[in-house]
Design a protein around this ligand. Structure first.
Ligand SMILES: NC(=O)c1ccc[n+]([C@@H]2O[C@H](COP(=O)([O-])OP(=O)(O)OC[C@H]3O[C@@H](n4cnc5c(N)ncnc54)[C@H](OP(=O)(O)O)[C@@H]3O)[C@@H](O)[C@H]2O)c1
Length: 248
């Protein structure tokens, strides 16, 4: 079932840079009426407001801060489309025994899993009131198979994928659509040290919007995620073999 963006009111977390900023641009281009652009530091949203004027409403939001989450749900009571994009990758590479995997992994779980969960809990009644609406979780191809280079991040994104399934099952009763997005390497600050070809945030964002509008519950917005997504659907074990052959 398709889902049209035209005339919708959306909220995007981590909207100040990278994929989040590009998703805001793509939502506006697709005809969204208003986009709440959420960021930890609202000063970072100046380029978006300069580009799109009054269609952007800047919102201060750290997705790990319960008070800011509650305030955001109050300040944005007309949201129909919640895009959980904010994400964190704290540690890459090195030995399995490195204690930093645990330290960074806790923070990655806080942002990527608990932050997404808490914000969706806060907005579930808002979406229900506005006709059901939709939730879009920016997970990762690393949700579906672990990349040792990002061992703990991959685990946090696997949790985000599992949460996406729970959200779909549990909010179906209120008519909320749930989309999972599983990007491969996208050219942002997070992926600056990733040793693969990268897709631009603008191209990825356009593919994400196209996937939402097409009503695809699983969206693979770039060539690598499309190939790995197909491999996952054909044989998760074979994909694990492929991923374990990539650099760690
Ligand atoms: N780039 C890739 O290759 C790739 C691939 C698959 C999935 N993803 C996912 O795509 C999403 C966007 O990542 P990106 O590539 O655009 O990375 P990015 O450029 O590093 O952007 C991350 C964004 O998340 C925000 N953020 C981090 N912690 C936050 C918190 N506690 N509360 C609110 N916002 C927070 C950052 O805000 P600050 O500026 O305040 O730090 C920033 O806006 C993430 O969920 C990421 O896991 C990325």
């Amino acid at each position: 079932m398709s889902y049209s963006i035209k005339g919708r009111i959306a909220l995007v977390t981590g909207a100040n840079r990278g994929i989040g900023e590009a998703i805001v641009d793509a939502l506006v281009a697709a005809g969204a009426k208003k986009v709440y652009a959420a960021a930890r530091n609202t000063k970072d949203l100046a380029p978006l407001t300069a580009r799109h004027g009054s269609r952007i409403v800047a919102l201060r939001l750290d997705v790990t801060d319960p008070a800011q989450i509650a305030a955001a749900a109050k300040a944005a009571p007309d949201v129909q489309l919640l895009v959980n994009n904010a994400g964190f990758a704290g540690h890459t590479g090195g030995a399995f025994t490195d204690p930093e995997w645990i330290t960074s992994g806790r923070r990655e779980m806080e942002v990527n899993f608990f932050g997404t969960f808490a914000l969706t809990q806060a907005f579930a009644p808002v979406l229900a009131k506005n006709g059901g609406g939709a939730v879009v979780n920016i997970a990762s191809i690393a949700s579906l198979v672990n990349f040792a280079l990002f061992a703990s991040y991959s685990a946090s994104k696997a949790a985000a994928h599992s949460l996406t399934q729970a959200t779909r099952a549990m909010l179906k009763v209120q008519g909320t659509r749930v989309f999972g997005v599983y990007p491969g390497p996208i050219d942002t600050r997070m992926a600056k040290d990733v040793p693969f070809d990268k897709t631009s945030p603008a191209d990825a964002a356009r593919a994400i919007i196209a996937g939402i509008e097409a009503g695809s519950e699983e969206i693979f917005p770039d060539p690598m995620s499309q190939a790995m997504g197909a491999a996952y659907l054909a044989s998760p074990k074979e994909l694990e073999r492929q991923a374990s052959a990539t650099p760690a």
